[in-house]
Design a protein around this ligand. Sequence first.
Ligand code: PGA
Length: 248
Amino acid sequence: MGQHNLFVANWKMYFSYQQAQLWIQKNQVSLRKMTDNSHKTIILCPSFETIATAQSLLNHDGIRIGAQDCSAFLPGAYTGQVSAQSLAEIGCSYCIIGHSERLQYGAETASDTRSKLERLIEVSIIPILCIGETKEEYQKGYSLSSLEQQTTALLKDLKKQPAKLIIAYEPRWAIGSNTIPKEDELIAAQDILLSLSKKLLPEASISLIYGGSVDVNTTQTIKKMNLFNGFLIGRASLDFQSLQNIVL
Ligand code: PGA
């Protein structure tokens, strides 16, 4: 797939508001330099409360701010939820949806993720849609059929096609595990996710990134394999030096 130019930093709930602000203040100049004169885009996804601050401090061509989730609903009586419309208004241009930690701890279903996708498309936020097989599916050899089933359930017959979509292939068993799939497994996953999503969304520009135990070593390995367009980086994105080594 050639170029690796999309780097999504998923900060999860690691930082408090103050810690996130300090990180951004300390690293904002270096972060801007990282993307200068390159075609690389860093998409920083902090917790909701930090989004507006991050947006105002990091206003730069190669840096975009994203959210880690959004509500599946249109504005209304949904206590504790954040609408896609609000995210767009505070300057979010990307939003992660369907992350395995949302499915695990937020009791989110595939149908919720699909509604979130529709909400994001309505307000022109670029979705970063996570798709990946479970450990059990992987061990039983059902990885590809699981990816096929999830992709179809999420993307078939959408009311409106997105102009752009990022699919993050995140094998659920690889997240936080320090292991990644083998090369032939990554090639097969890339092929099925790309061919099926392009068939289901012929009008969309689709990028595919890899996530799950992303660090300096695993990114070097995947870059050498020439697979994917970039990475969704969890824990390693909290350390500025690691992030820089992954991006450059
Ligand atoms: P990890 O997280 O890189 O810390 O494994 C990735 C993710 O959850 O998206």
